[in-house]
Design a protein around this ligand. Sequence first.
Ligand code: FES
Ligand code: FES
Length: 258
Amino acid sequence: MKEYKDNMNKELQADEQELQLSADEKSIFDQLGIFGKSRRRFLGQSSVAGLSLMASQLISIDNVFAGENATLTPPVPYKNSVDVSFTINKKVENLNLDSRVTLLDTLRERLQLTGTKKGCDHGQCGACTVIVDGKRVLSCLTLAASCEGKQVTSIEGLAEDNVLHPVQKAFIKNDGFQCGYCTSGQICSSVALMDEAKNGDASYVTEDIMDVSKNLTLSDEEVRERMSGNICRCGAYTNIVAAIQEVHQGRETDYNWQ
Ligand code: FES
Ligand code: FES
């Protein structure tokens, strides 16, 4: 009997070696109570890829349930890490990042600045808009590594000393949002848009791009065009334009809601 067991174990070890099971994958079998013959049968019927997927899922679940000890850092070391230093909302951050990580994921996952939203993650909705060196950018299409030495402002950096930025106030007064998912991107975009008007930057609907002066006064049509990269699924566009015009044209309006 003992000899039979030893032989079984030897064969099992040979199978596991042949399939190159990791320690995690082996422990999955133990957790599932699959031993001896059953394990051999299971190995024969399943692919290592499937097992690896199951292992990684269970490991993530373990991390989630680990509470305070749970970590958001990836379980494997970065293969192409880079040191990046940039200023975010007036605070210098020195980070070691995977060279492929986006600014959006860096803000949300590394710096816990979750005000910037991930909508499409494909550069199509504008929910992830932040301001880099005074220009609005889509953070889902911007590599964090490309921000070396730059000044990044996200929605969390617009208010100062607990006083809202005028555009933030105007969005509230004009009821420029419903669910709010697009709003941080809309507001960052609007803040940068004001500077574009001050600098005399042309847009698609500028009538004569050879004759653009500084301190442009933007029509509603211009505002709509310049904000067309920011989608609002709730359709709050009319109030968003009103909020922007309130700040852009310096007119004080009352709350349009009670
Ligand atoms: Fe970046 Fe949609 S999340 S454009
Ligand atoms: Fe809901 Fe714009 S307020 S998507």
